[in-house]
Ligand binder design. Structure first.
Ligand SMILES: [Zn+2]
Length: 321
C-alpha cells in the first residue's frame, strides 16, 4: 500500500461570506501530492494548478498567504480534469495522509459540486499527520500546530516556501518520516464526509484505550438518541453491556455524556458528538472509554453543572416573562 501525502490550496469568496456559493465555500486552486511506498520512500509527485471557476478574484487572505496570481491560475485546467488525473495518478492501493482534516473535506465538497463520483462509499481511514504530530510530540494533546511549527520543532531543513501545495506536501512527508508506523497506526483518523448509508455499514473502530462508533444518518437528534445502537454502552474489551449509571445527557445538544459500569472492566465514560450534515440531517460519533473512578466522577460533576444552569435559566425566565 502506498501513502498519498496530499495538500491543497484554496480560494474563498473575495466579497465576503454572504456572497459565497454555499455548496463550495472553498474553491480548490492547487493540488499537490507526494506518493510514498510502504517504507515511506518517495516514488512520485503530483502538482497542478486549477483554473478558478467560481471565485474569479483572490480573497485577500489567499492573496497574502499564497505566492500565486490569478494570471498564473488561469493557465491551470478545470477541477474535474485535474482531479480525474490525480485519482488516476493515485492508483488503487493507497491511503491519504494530510495536515489536518479539512483538506479531505474540501476535496470531497469540490468533487460533489462538480458532480464527480464520490471518493468513497462511506467513511474511510486516513492519517491526519497534524493530529499524530500532537499525539507523539506534544505534551498538551489538544493543541493544533501549524506545519511550519512542526518543521521547526523537528529541525527539518526549510529549503522551500510554505503554502504551496506540493511544497507543503513535501514538508508533511518530512514530518511523517519522524513517525513510527506504530504511532501512525495508533492515532489514525476516519473521514466521515460520506456517512454510513445504513445500519450494516456503520463503523466500529477499536483504538488502544477507547472505541469509536460512527452511525448512519437520522432525521433528528431525538431520533438518533432513541436508536438502541447509538445509546448502547457495550464494553469494548468483553463485548458485554456496561450498565449505565448516568444516562446520556447534554448541555448544548452537540455533545452528550454518560457514565456506565462494566462488571469486569470497571467504569466507562461515553461521549457522543452530534454532527449535522450539509442537508440538515444528523449522525453521531460515539466514543467509549474505560476510565478510573475519579475520571468517571467528572461525568457526574458535568451533569450537575448542566442541571444547575438549566435551573438558573428557568428561574430567569420566570422572573422576566
Ligand atoms: Zn468489559
Amino acid at each position: 500500500m502506498n501513502y498519498i501525502v496530499l495538500d491543497l490550496e484554496w480560494n474563498q469568496c473575495p466579497y465576503g461570506k454572504d456572497r459565497e456559493v454555499k455548496d463550495i465555500p472553498f474553491e480548490i486552486i492547487e493540488i499537490g501530492a507526494i506518493k510514498l511506498n510502504s517504507d515511506k520512500e518517495q516514488i512520485g509527485e503530483f502538482s497542478r494548478l486549477i483554473k478558478p471557476n467560481v471565485y474569479k478574484e483572490l480573497h485577500f487572505h489567499t492573496q497574502n498567504m499564497l505566492s500565486l496570481t490569478m494570471k498564473e491560475l488561469r493557465k491551470g485546467d478545470s477541477f474535474s480534469k485535474v482531479m480525474g488525473d490525480f485519482l488516476k495518478w493515485c492508483g488503487t492501493d493507497y491511503i491519504f495522509c494530510t495536515w489536518g482534516s479539512t483538506d479531505l473535506t474540501e476535496l470531497q465538497r469540490n468533487m460533489k459540486y462538480y458532480r464527480m463520483e464520490p471518493l468513497a462509499e462511506g467513511p474511510f481511514k486516513y492519517y491526519d499527520i497534524q493530529k499524530i504530530f500532537t499525539m507523539v510530540f506534544e505534551e498538551d494533546k489538544k493543541v493544533c500546530r501549524s506545519l511550519e511549527y512542526a518543521v521547526d520543532h523537528l529541525k527539518i531543513l526549510k529549503a522551500n516556501i510554505f503554502h504551496r501545495a506540493k511544497e507543503d506536501a513535501l514538508y508533511t512527508v518530512r514530518v511523517m518520516q519522524h513517525m513510527r508506523f506504530s504511532d501512525m497506526e495508533r492515532y489514525y483518523s476516519i473521514d466521515t464526509y460520506q456517512r454510513p448509508k445504513n445500519r450494516k455499514s456503520e463503523v466500529y473502530a477499536l483504538f488502544e484505550n477507547y472505541s469509536k462508533y460512527i452511525s448512519r444518518e437520522f432525521s433528528s437528534k431525538e431520533e438518533a438518541m432513541a436508536d438502541r445502537e447509538v445509546s448502547s454502552t457495550r464494553c469494548y474489551l468483553c463485548g458485554k453491556n456496561a450498565r449505565k449509571k448516568i444516562r446520556w445527557f447534554t448541555g448544548n445538544g452537540k455533545m452528550y455524556l454518560c457514565q456506565a459500569y462494566c462488571q469486569h472492566h470497571g467504569f466507562m465514560r461515553g461521549k457522543i458528538k452530534m454532527k449535522k450534515t450539509e442537508t440538515g440531517r444528523f449522525f453521531v460519533v460515539k466514543t467509549l472509554k474505560l476510565v478510573s473512578e475519579e475520571d468517571a466522577g467528572l461525568v457526574k460533576i458535568k451533569q450537575e453543572e448542566v442541571r444547575r444552569k438549566r435551573r438558573e435559566k428557568r428561574k430567569n425566565q420566570s422572573k422576566n416573562p
